[in-house]
Design a protein around this ligand. Sequence first.
Ligand SMILES: [Zn+2]
Ligand SMILES: [Zn+2]
Length: 337
Amino acid sequence: MATEVSKTNDKRPPESTSSVDQQAKDIHVEGQQLGRDERIPKPEQVDESAILWSYVIPVLLFHAVIPLAFFGYFFSWWGVAFLFVGNYIFTSIGIGAGYHRLLTHKGFNCPKWFEYTLATLGVCSFQDSPARWVLVHRIHHQHSDHQPDPHTPRVSGFWAHMGWLFVDNKATSTASAYDRYVKDLMRDKYYMWLQRGQKWILVYVLHALAFIPLGMIAGLFTGEMVRTTVQFFFWGVVMRTVFTWHVTWAINSAAHMWGYRNYETREDSRNNWLFAILTNGEGWHNNHHADPRSARHGHRWWEVDVTYLTLASLQKIGLISDLATPNNAALDRKALD
Ligand SMILES: [Zn+2]
Ligand SMILES: [Zn+2]
């Protein structure tokens, strides 16, 4: 049985009748709620012998150098502070607002140049191309916490957090999967360019290299050119990427295991305050599953959603429009208290 997620909202962008737009705008939720502790196998099309080294190697290398952070030469309080600044710029704005609320769920409208800016910031978080990220996430919404879900903790917490990234899952990698789930993005020249030959990785590398001249300029002021440049690269790229990987991955793992629920939904999504803070709003994940198109994930007054507040400010100055807000009539029917 398939049930449609709510289509109507007073402040939603006008509905399109094209089938491409429907891919994003009407994600069908499939399957019934499973028993509380029921485990499920990995998705059928996972091939555990097909290791994706393009993920395994960077993830291993980046984690391997973390201990350097505890050596005086590398340590920097400015670097630690930049984890949060970089997390906001590249991951909350790039992934949260760009990949997720805009490209996956079409939660607002904006000029193409701004859409590409958000998507490019997302690319700089090293969380795959826009098309593949959106593809995986649309399947996640369709089959949340059921076997086809690419990353449910009902398989295991490790699988949901990062294990799923390391092996091929044909359901998320074939041409027919791209056609079925992200036709809208594959018709776009920029997203197609990033996708072909994995050029999104090149963009990530170029942005990483840009931290070197920035560090050298800063080195003119600190008087320690080499050390400042090393620290810029280490904290600005490596540590920031690892930090933002884990806070984003935690939405797939922790926010489907731990936290409270405002709404009855047919998966295990939770509002997890810790990761809601660390992701600037994405952790209000039960709210998000209850109303995926809403670009506002924090529903209660104290559920602070910095990404939404940013988008609301951008709407005020006229840069974006049609920001989708919670569909209160539909949400009331799912409310748990
Ligand atoms: Zn989820
Ligand atoms: Zn979503």
